[in-house]
Ligand binder design. Structure first.
Ligand SMILES: *Cc1c(COP(=O)(O)O)cnc(C)c1O
Length: 400
């Protein structure tokens, strides 16, 4: 079978809820992906930052295999011997002393929202079935009905109503809007430190710290969605650390398993996650021993291979090179660590055609929000690999 045959089969039987580039991947190693014809590509998406540790990292694959041969799933009806260590190691890494494991990112966001609401009702004293959670315009929190309920993306919502109530949406980067919208019934403020799906949007300097202070003054929970920005992507363990704050809740996913298995988690305190009692919330696969073993090794790889530091240093190097490209299509190049967005002018004809040309040049990128090319390779990328990729990217950005 060749590329076109795989595509034909997929289009015939699969739901058409994605529009992938026409490349069929067969294997991956580190920053490299190989298609069914044996062509080699540099991965500059890293599965939306889930593969920060690089494709098929030998240590993570080994942890997966070893645990798969022991026990994979117990459900939380019984305990397993991996989850307690994941809790302890996450606590030691992050300082959060209560943790709730889930699978996908959207489920972890839902979990954080449920915890926040219950905290609002049981501890803050907001009347049952009322109270608001504040989110930002242009956010991304997943694709469940609740997480799209506060989306401002027309297509994400079209046809899927009615939606979950209890959300208010304010502009991203605007602290005055937050101050204004808060009242005695405000439960929480949910924010991405850098909006990823929104187009790698970096808020003004000090934004998170100001929002954090406003929330503290008003007894409003401050929650960061670090599913994409966390675990080294921006050059720190968490992107909110650039503002020297400790959010009440942090949501992680994606790279928590190095892309080997769906594992997500809510990190918080006993005061907040302590609102859950047995039977209040759960998931059959959440906290399973296979996922826990994979997550433990993924975190160790992140730390022991200095991937956070490499993200900061290589990210700055890559960003500075990209900024030097003089193309009439480029409106702005911005980024933090290896989380980089190249925003094109609307007249450039959309980022998609550039991503197609990059694919011809053996670089895999995905457009986000019509006009932004996101550059977010696995954090194991070397300076030499950046130097090899750079002329190919430059060539595409200089095309007509
Ligand atoms: C990817 C993402 C999610 C959703 O994660 P899934 O695993 O796709 O459900 C939520 N929030 C942010 C910021 C994300 O980037």
């Amino acid at each position: 079978m060749q590329t076109k045959d795989f595509i034909e089969l997929e289009e015939k039987y699969g739901a058409h809820n994605y529009n992938p580039l026409d490349v069929v991947i067969e294997k991956g190693k580190g920053v490299w992906l190989y298609d069914v014809e044996g062509n080699k590509y540099l991965d500059c998406l890293a599965a939306y930052s889930a593969v920060n540790q690089g494709h098929c990292h030998p240590r993570i694959i080994n942890a997966l295999k070893t645990q798969a041969e022991r026990v994979t799933l117990t459900s939380r009806a019984f305990r397993n011997d991996q989850l307690p260590f994941l809790y302890k190691e996450l606590y030691e890494l992050t300082g959060y002393d209560m943790i709730l494991p889930m699978n996908s990112g959207a489920e972890a966001v839902e979990t954080a929202l449920k915890a926040a609401r219950k905290w609002g009702h049981k501890i803050k004293g907001i009347k049952a079935d009322s109270g608001d959670i504040i989110a930002c315009r242009n956010n991304f929190a997943g694709r469940t009905i609740t997480t799209i309920s506060f989306s401002t993306e027309e297509q994400y919502k079209d046809g899927f109503g009615p939606f979950t109530k209890g959300f208010k949406v304010i502009p991203f980067g605007d602290t005055e809007a937050l101050e204004k919208v808060i009242n005695k019934d405000t439960i929480a403020f949910l924010v991405e430190p850098i909006q990823g799906e929104g187009g790698v949007i970096i808020p003004p300097e000090g934004y998170l710290k100001k929002c954090f202070d406003i929330c503290k003054r008003n007894k409003v929970l401050f929650i960061t969605d670090e599913i994409q920005t966390g675990l080294g992507r921006t050059g720190k363990l968490f992107a909110h650390q650039y503002d020297n704050i400790k959010p009440d809740m942090v949501i992680i996913g994606k790279a928590l398993s190095g892309g080997c298995y769906p594992v997500s988690a809510v990190l918080s305190s006993k005061e907040i996650l302590g609102v859950f009692n047995p039977g209040d919330h759960g998931s059959t696969f959440g906290g399973n021993p296979l996922g826990a073993a994979v997550a433990r090794e993924s975190l160790r790889v992140l730390i022991e291979e200095n991937l956070i530091e490499n993200s900061r240093i290589s990210g700055e190097y890559f960003l500075n090179k990209l900024k030097e490209i003089k193309s009439r299509h480029i409106k702005e190049v911005r980024g933090r660590g290896l989380f980089i967005g190249i925003e094109l002018f609307p007249e450039a004809g959309g980022a998609r055609r550039f991503c197609k040309s990059l694919m011809q040049n053996r670089i895999l990128c995905k457009e986000t929000h019509d006009n932004v090319i996101r550059i977010a390779p696995p954090l194991v990328i070397t300076k030499a690999e950046i130097d090899e990729a750079f002329p190919k990217i430059k060539e595409v950005l200089l095309m007509d």
